[in-house]
Design a protein around this ligand. Structure first.
Ligand SMILES: [Ca+2]
Length: 372
């Protein structure tokens, strides 16, 4: 009798384990699944806020970008690249080292993606036993990633402060948010790639009119993780501060953003003070950043909030907090076809994942802009 209970219990545990394993590996795509019941499920977000669940059961989604046919590409920190939509597929990126905050992080499509099919990936890898961050370029077609090419390597990596966001600017050059990799003084060293916003060509070379004749575009950054251009073409960036004192900066070519000399509201000759900071009592832990209709929106990890910063003509901002602690940690954000997409990051080791985590959620940009 006792033996039967034990065998039965072991069987049950194995069964539950198997079910969890199967579901852990499966991405539920809700809005994109072309069946009626799923579409209804997908539209079952909170009616009062208009939030819809797009996909569930992801693992630390770090970036979302959209292909011309409307499919999403989602990077997962462990090195999986998931395509969700009409042509769903999972690619495994070879050579990704997921350690601490490092792993497969940012992504960008070439401005002429329709012609060349080029996809850029920022990730942590290991060279001679040492972690480093690099950007690779791939050719993406429906079935596979090919023509793997290193664009830039040797961006310092560490368990913390790996930066990771990449984006093509209005000038068609690639901007790269690089963290200080735990060595603050490197942020002030213009010869180091750490603690910088870099600007390189689509082939990985320094842009000819960069301020210091290398890849560096701006310096004195601690751990920038969000890049977005507003409608006048000015670049903004989010940055993690040391203890609170998280920053929203307007980025100018060649400027020094102060780390580690100044933080928060502090001022110093030759250094930029952030347009907005969280103060030392509050932590945003800001990651992805987008611009939509007069506002910057950024995802807060520790802050567990989607922040809205309304910019006025004097470059001051008023901040609003949306969805505070409703979905847990938030990391990636993307704007596409009048919707703002954002992801949870509850599997990143700093929260207890909830049912369906990690998720991609979306809300109409106009609804979000008007939320009180
Ligand atoms: Ca700063």
């Amino acid at each position: 009798m006792k033996r039967r209970i034990i065998v039965g219990t072991i069987g049950l545990v194995l069964l539950i384990g198997g079910v969890i394993f199967v579901f852990r590996e499966k991405i539920e795509t809700l809005i994109f699944k072309p069946t009626k019941s799923s579409i209804e499920l997908g539209l079952s977000g909170k009616p009062e806020s208009g939030v819809q669940v797009v996909a569930t059961d992801l693992y630390v989604p770090w970036e979302i970008i959209f292909l011309p046919n409307g499919d999403m590409l989602v990077s997962e920190r462990s090195g999986k690249l998931k395509r969700i939509g009409a042509n769903s597929k999972t690619y495994t990126i070879i050579g990704v080292t997921e350690v601490g905050e490092g792993g497969l992080l940012g992504m960008a499509l070439h401005p002429k993606f329709n012609e060349n099919g080029w996809l850029y990936l920022y990730f942590t890898t290991t060279v001679d036993g040492m972690a480093t961050n690099k950007i690779e370029r791939y050719h993406l077609n429906d079935d596979r990633l090919s023509d793997r090419t290193t664009i830039i390597t040797g961006i310092p990596a560490a368990p913390n402060h790996d930066g990771g966001r990449i984006a093509f600017g209005p000038d068609k050059h690639l901007y790269v948010a690089a963290g200080d990799a735990g060595t603050p003084e490197n942020a002030q060293n213009k010869a180091s790639l750490a603690g910088k916003i870099l600007r390189i060509t689509d082939e990985g070379k320094p842009v000819i009119d960069n301020p210091f004749s290398n890849e560096v575009y701006s310096y004195g950054h601690r751990n920038p993780q969000g890049l977005a251009w507003e409608d006048k073409g000015q670049l903004w960036a989010t940055e993690h501060g040391p203890a609170g004192l998280d920053e929203l900066n307007l980025i100018k070519k060649g400027a020094n953003y102060g780390w580690p000399s100044i933080t928060g509201d502090q001022q110093k000759e030759g250094m930029e003070t952030p347009i907005a900071n969280s103060g030392s009592e509050e932590t945003w832990a800001p990651s992805g950043l987008v611009y939509s209709n007069g506002s910057l929106f950024f995802a807060g990890l520790r802050g567990q909030t989607l922040y809205q910063a309304k910019i006025d003509q004097n470059k001051t901002v008023t901040l609003k907090a949306h969805f505070r602690e409703e979905y847990g940690r938030l990391r990636a954000i993307s704007v596409h076809d009048r919707f703002i997409y954002f992801t949870t990051s509850n599997h990143d080791g700093r929260n207890i994942p909830g049912q369906g985590d990690d998720k991609i959620l979306r809300i109409k940009a106009s609804d979000l802009e008007n939320l009180e």
